[in-house]
Design a protein around this ligand. Structure first.
Ligand code: URA
Length: 232
């Protein structure tokens, strides 16, 4: 790739700004100061330095965010803080959330710039499991739980079989395999009860890291990234 693109992609500014860096003789490739912004570089093998500091090329990032309430799952919003606003690193990458959690839902949200992985995880054909912890206004009866497990009609379609387990009086773990709009709230609403608190605790093979405070995030480990990519 071109040197100016490499520096732009790694966060050193616009093409115009990185051209100035290069003209100021602050950029070296394999320890030779360069002055041609169009130079072709190998981002994986060449040693590229700015002010003598090596620049590591990161193509894709995978971030686990513990989403707080009051924040929208979007890249831009005129009114609310977005989940992307919470990520202080990698501003130069075009990050986006993989799917959505409602504004009042907390918990595990994957943030990345890998469109292919996101597409695969969200594809309705893939049935990626999502587990939620939820609290309801009133206790669900065993009949309510059966209804939720066996499928309820949402937008004229029966939801796929789900798994619900009681945690305590009005709290449950629910695992679903699709991501319809407001799905958990609507599944519970079909029993006449109401979700009063909702938090996603797992997404495919990922479990919410319980050391992450609301609003904080961390990079996925190599192992977690591989699990996600191999998720069947
Ligand atoms: N189901 C919902 O109702 N809301 C969410 O945010 C996620 C799943």
């Amino acid at each position: 790739m071109r040197l100016d693109k490499f520096l732009k992609d790694t966060g050193y500014g616009s093409r115009k700004e990185v051209k100035i860096l290069i003209k100021q003789k602050r950029v070296s490739v394999n320890d030779i100061i360069v002055n041609n912004e169009g130079l072709s570089v190998d981002e994986n093998n060449d040693v590229i330095k700015v002010d003598n500091e090596q620049v590591i090329y990161i193509k894709y990032v995978y971030i686990m965010l513990n989403k707080p309430q009051g924040v929208v799952s979007a890249t831009f919003d005129n009114v609310h803080t977005t989940v992307i606003d919470l990520i202080n690193d990698f501003k130069y990458l075009e990050l986006f959330p993989v799917g959505r959690l409602d504004i009042d839902t907390e918990g595990l949200l994957l943030i990345t710039n890998d469109g292919v992985l996101s597409h695969n995880l969200l594809s309705p054909k893939k049935h990626v499991d999502k587990t939620y912890f939820l609290e309801t206004d009133r206790e669900l009866t065993s009949e309510d739980m059966n209804t939720i497990e066996n499928g309820v009609l949402i937008d004229g379609q029966l939801t796929l079989p789900a798994k619900i387990e009681k945690v305590s009086n009005c709290s449950y773990h629910l695992t679903i395999h699709e991501g319809k709009f407001h799905q958990v709230k609507r599944m519970v609403a079909s029993t006449g009860k109401c979700v009063i608190y909702l938090k996603r605790i797992s997404f495919g093979p990922l479990n919410l890291d319980d050391t992450l405070k609301l609003g904080s995030y961390r990079l996925l480990t190599e192992e977690e990234i591989n699990l996600l990519k191999n998720n069947k």
